[in-house]
Design a protein around this ligand. Structure first.
Ligand SMILES: [Zn+2]
Length: 411
C-alpha cells in the first residue's frame, strides 16, 4: 500500500526536514575524524600501525553502509507506507477540520476535544464483515470491534489512532523525528536494524577515538580536540541508540509496542468464535453476526436477521452466521504473545538474512489469515478452557440440527 502522508503538526514537519541534515553533518564529521584524522594520518602514517588502522576502517565502513541502508529504508517506508488503516470506500476524514488533542492528555488514543463521533449503529456498517469473518478479534463489551471516533471506522486489532497523522495506524509504535515519522508494523524491523547498526558505528568510532587518545597520552602528546569531540559525540549517540535497540528488542521478544507500554497493564476484551448452536451459558455473553436489524430499520437484501435466516434460510445463509463468545483477559495478559522465538520471527523475519538486511517487511504485516489479524498465542486456548467455550471443530458442531435462537447480547 503506497499511501504518502504528512505530519499534521508543523513543528514535526520541520523536525523531519532538519534532523536528517543534522545526522548527515554528524556522520560527515565523524567519518572525517575516524578515517582521515585517526586511521590514515595518525595510526597509519604517524604511528605505523597500519593493521589496526585497516581493521578500524573495515569495521567503520561496514557499520556505516548498513546504518545508511537501514536508515534510508526506514525513512522511505515511514513516508510511503506507514500502515494506515484504509477508510471505508469513499470516506474522507476531513483531517484539516479535526481539532488538535490536548497536550496535557497522556492517553495517545483519547479523542481530541470536539472530535468524538459515536459508533456506527447500522448493522451493515462498512468493514464489520472483516472482523466477524475471522475467528478472533478484539472487541468492546458489546461484542462489536473497537471504534475510532476520529476516523469513523472500526479499528482493527492492535491499530491505534495517531493524532500526528490523523489516522489509525496498524501496530503503531511511536513517532520518531530521527526517521521522519511514524514507526509502525511496516517499519519497526527496519528501525531496529538501523538503531543496531548505528550502535555498532558508535562503538567503532568510540573505540578508534579512545585508542588514539590513549596512544597520544602515553607518548606525552597534547590533547587532540577533534578526537575528544568524536569520543563525546559517539558516546552520546551510542548510549542513545543502544538504549533504543535494547528497548525495541524487549518489545519484539514480548510482542508489545511502545503504545502498549504507555498504556500499562490492560485487559483485552476478545470475541472468540464458537459453534452457532452452542448452548446458552451465564459464563460469557455472545454476539451473532451479521448483526440483527432493529424493527423498522429496513429489509436486508440477504440476511435480515440471524434468527430468521437460521430458521428459514439456505445452508449458505446459515454458514454466513457467526457466533462469538465475548471474554476478557486478566490484567497484563498479552493475547499475541507467541513465545520469545515466534515473537522474534513475527517481527524480524524467518531467517538471518531478513534479520540483518532491510529487505522484507515483517511477517506480521500479512493480515490474510482467516484466523485473526495478528497471530494469537496460547492464551486463546487458555481462555477457551477458562470460560468453558465449546470447541468450534467438534463434529456436528456446525450442522445446525439443534439450533438455539438466541439474541445477540448487546449490553
Ligand atoms: Zn483513527
Amino acid at each position: 500500500m503506497a499511501n504518502t502522508v504528512r505530519l499534521r503538526n508543523s513543528g514535526g514537519r520541520w523536525a523531519v526536514r532538519l534532523i536528517p541534515c543534522f545526522i548527515v553533518a554528524v556522520i560527515t564529521f565523524a567519518t572525517y575524524v575516524v578515517v582521515g584524522h585517526i586511521c590514515i594520518d595518525y595510526l597509519n602514517s604517524q604511528r605505523r600501525e597500519s593493521g589496526v588502522a585497516a581493521a578500524l576502517l573495515v569495521l567503520y565502513f561496514l557499520c556505516l553502509i548498513f546504518s545508511a541502508a537501514t536508515y534510508l529504508r526506514t525513512i522511505y517506508t515511514v513516508q510511503t507506507n506507514p500502515a494506515i488503516v484504509p477508510l471505508p470506500h469513499g470516506r474522507d476524514t476531513g483531517s484539516h477540520d479535526i481539532p488538535k488533542r490536548s497536550r496535557r492528555n497522556p492517553d495517545p488514543e483519547a479523542p481530541a476535544w470536539g472530535s468524538w463521533n459515536p459508533p456506527d449503529n447500522n448493522p451493515d456498517s462498512p468493514g464489520l464483515e472483516q472482523f466477524y469473518s475471522k475467528s478472533v478479534f478484539v472487541c468492546q463489551a458489546d461484542g462489536r470491534p473497537n471504534w475510532c471516533s476520529e476516523c469513523r471506522h472500526w479499528k482493527p486489532d492492535r491499530a491505534h489512532h495517531s493524532s500526528d497523522l490523523g489516522r489509525c495506524i496498524r501496530k503503531l509504535d511511536h513517532v520518531c523525528p530521527w526517521v521522519g515519522g511514524m514507526v509502525s508494523e511496516t517499519s519497526f524491523n527496519f528501525f531496529v536494524q538501523f538503531t543496531f547498526y548505528c550502535t555498532g558505528l558508535c562503538i567503532v568510532t568510540l573505540s578508534a577515538g579512545a585508542y588514539c587518545l590513549s596512544l597520544q597520552r602515553r607518548n606525552g602528546e597534547s590533547v587532540d580536540g577533534l578526537v575528544v569531540a568524536v569520543i563525546a559525540l559517539s558516546g552520546f549517540f551510542g548510549f542513545f541508540t543502544m538504549a533504543m535497540t535494547l528497548t525495541s528488542g524487549r518489545y519484539i521478544f514480548t510482542n508489545i509496542t511502545n503504545i502498549d507500554m504507555l498504556k500499562g497493564s490492560q485487559k483485552y476484551q476478545l470475541a472468540i468464535r464458537i459453534p452457532r448452536n452452542s448452548p446458552p451459558t451465564d459464563r460469557y455473553h455472545t454476539i451473532v453476526y451479521p448483526l440483527a436489524r432493529p424493527q423498522g430499520f429496513g429489509a436486508a437484501p440477504n440476511v435480515s436477521s440471524p434468527h430468521d435466516s437460521m430458521s428459514s434460510g439456505s445452508v449458505r445463509d446459515k454458514e454466513a452466521i457467526h457466533t462469538f463468545a465475548i471474554v476478557q483477559t486478566e490484567l497484563g495478559e498479552n493475547p499475541w504473545d507467541l513465545g520469545y522465538w515466534r515473537n522474534w520471527k513475527s517481527v524480524m523475519g524467518n531467517n538471518i538474512v531478513e534479520w540483518l538486511l532491510p529487505i522484507k517487511h515483517s511477517p506480521c504485516c500479512n493480515h490474510e489469515s482467516m484466523e485473526s489479524d495478528y497471530e494469537y498465542g496460547p492464551l486463546i486456548a487458555e481462555l477457551k478452557r477458562r470460560f468453558g467455550l465449546p470447541d468450534e471443530q467438534l463434529p456436528g458442531a456446525e450442522t445446525g440440527i439443534e439450533m438455539q435462537h438466541r439474541r445477540p447480547s448487546h449490553r
